[in-house]
Design a protein around this ligand. Structure first.
Ligand code: HEM
Length: 497
């Protein structure tokens, strides 16, 4: 009864009061962005539907590229044009650089240590600098190249086995396992991956489960007053998963510390975990083991299905467009000999492959609304006021399909990028799959390598056909923590000589 009373009476009154007070404080001449009329209590939650990026794109066509919504008691601004995205991600980056923190990110105090959720400040800067300079710099990534090649060989081996037995490959699943393995080996090095091979598959299941849970809409995010009640049990389940991950990381860290103190000081400990542990040894009160574990969790969760999802979408488009698949294969087989595994250093010689990846990012960004930001203060944006604490969603899916920005926007045409100098490193706001400004994706340099080498491995030495009984590739989307294919792409390979 108390809960219903709170929902029906107190919440709307409180929200209306706050809204009114702010409007008065802002003074005349400054207006809120337009948006659909909110219902009492729920606001515009029902308008989001099962595919919020698509619903928001439709609403933006009516209300414009800067749009305001009420989601429960929260206010959200949706950005849907390159110009407005430039303002949020670059020109006024400082005003919008903090994140709106979802409830599940608070489990075990994750948000207090996590580079993804910490506000911009000393702690966030320290962790970002460690990652940027000591983990994801070109030099550091080059050092881990041969370990990643081993994992790529496993992927090719798996596809070869499917060729030999006439079985279909589940592209998304194979790419997800490979992404996790590539990251596992970059972080913990080959030996640790061997040692922990059962841990790594247990971990794979854990990450999948967390992804699924994280994708469920959580009432506590729309009505923060419900946080303590956890009405759908999402917080409790997340807590259990995160605790399991931390226990696994504890085990790996303990083993490393014991091996080192037992005199096993091999050069192979030249991996990202070692870098993190060195920082911890240098300044244990500032960079604690809790920081280390939370960062490991961030990297795995942020980097696994974003990367594998991109590869699966790219393959789905190529199967639908066999001439483009042939063209990509031709390019690969011109630069590399048959049976030669692609190296990360080959990517620069493969302009068509790079264009395919860009075109995939345009049509199928795996984080279609980026990660949520928030307005630090009431902030003027292109003539509108964005209220303090409003959640900011940049709908890059809508921008990628905007017919005013792209010709034949719905068609998969990688060639458009052969002619245009458009990059996805946060400078061209018509294509920002990794976000932009201070909070641009930290793992971009690793993701760049992983996506290209995995896709090249699927394309170079195989012809592909649909499974018997399947007429066409289903391109339906499933919105969750990241945007995935609703139906997995399972296709049958045939090895070329
Ligand atoms: C295709 C693959 C990937 C895509 C599309 C992607 C996309 C993104 C996006 C859109 C953001 C938010 C940027 C913003 O707010 O402006 C982000 C943040 C982040 N990504 Fe990625 N990402 C990918 C792979 C990776 C990988 C491989 C890692 C690490 C191993 C990673 C680690 C992170 C981290 C730590 C952040 C948070 C940065 C911060 O808040 O300061 N990502 N990513």
């Amino acid at each position: 009864m108390d809960l219903i009373f709170t929902l029906l009476v107190i919440l709307p009154l409180a929200a209306a009061g706050l809204w009114f007070r702010r409007a008065l404080r802002r003074g005349p001449g400054l207006k809120l962005p337009p948006g659909p009329t909110p219902l009492p209590i729920l606001g515009n939650i029902l308008s989001l539907g099962r595919k919020p990026h698509q619903s928001l794109a439709r609403l933006a066509r009516v209300h414009g590229p800067i749009m305001l919504l009420k989601l429960g008691t929260r206010t959200a601004a949706v950005i849907s044009s390159p110009e407005a995205a430039r303002a949020v991600l670059q020109k006024q980056d400082l005003a919008f650089c903090n994140r709106s923190v979802p409830d599940t990110s608070r489990v075990l105090d994750h948000h207090r240590y996590s580079v993804v959720w910490l506000p911009v400040g000393d702690q966030w800067r320290m962790i970002r600098r460690i990652c940027k300079d000591k983990m994801f710099s070109a030099q550091c990534l080059d050092a881990g190249r041969s370990l990643r090649m081993e994992k790529l060989k496993n992927l090719v081996g798996h596809v070869d086995e499917c060729c030999a037995s006439g079985r279909a490959v589940d592209v998304g699943k194979a790419a997800f396992t490979t992404s996790l393995n590539l990251m596992w080996t970059s972080l913990f090095s080959a030996d640790a991956a061997e040692l922990g091979s059962s841990s790594s598959s247990e971990f794979r299941d854990l990450v999948s489960a967390m992804m699924e849970l994280g994708g469920k809409p959580n009432l506590s995010d729309y009505f923060p007053i419900l946080r303590g009640f956890d009405p759908q049990g999402i917080f409790r389940s997340s807590e259990a998963y995160v605790a399991k991950c931390f226990a696994l990381f504890d085990e790996i860290i303990d083993r490393r510390v014991k091996m080192k103190s037992g005199g096993d000081d091999r050069t192979v400990w030249n991996d990202m975990l070692e870098t993190l542990l060195e920082f911890n040894r240098e300044d244990p009160s500032r960079f604690t083991l809790h920081h280390v574990k939370n960062l490991l969790l961030n990297l795995f969760v942020a980097g696994s299905d974003t990367t594998s999802g991109t590869v699966e979408w790219a393959m789905a488009e190529l199967i639908r467009n066999p001439d483009k698949l042939r063209k990509a294969r031709h390019e690969l087989r011109t630069v590399l000999s048959p049976d030669q595994l692609i190296q990360e250093s080959d990517i620069s010689q493969l302009p068509y492959l790079r264009s395919i990846v860009k075109e995939t990012f345009r049509l199928h960004p795996t984080l279609p609304l980026l990660l949520p930001r928030k307005a630090m203060e009431d902030t003027e944006l292109n003539g509108y006021i964005i209220p303090k604490n409003a959640q900011i969603m940049v709908n890059i899916w809508a921008i990628g399909r905007d017919t005013e920005v792209w010709q034949d926007a719905d068609k998969f045409i990688p060639e458009r990028f052969m002619e245009k100098d458009i990059d996805f490193r946060g400078q061209h706001f018509e294509l920002t799959p990794f976000g932009g400004g201070r909070r641009i994706c930290l793992g971009l340099p690793l993701a760049y390598r992983m996506v290209h080498i995995m896709l090249a491995s699927f394309v170079k030495d195989y012809e592909w056909k649909l499974e018997e009984g399947t007429m066409k590739v289903d391109m339906e989307e499933r919105f969750g923590l990241s945007l995935q294919k609703a139906i997995s792409l399972t296709i049958v390979p045939n090895k070329l000589v």
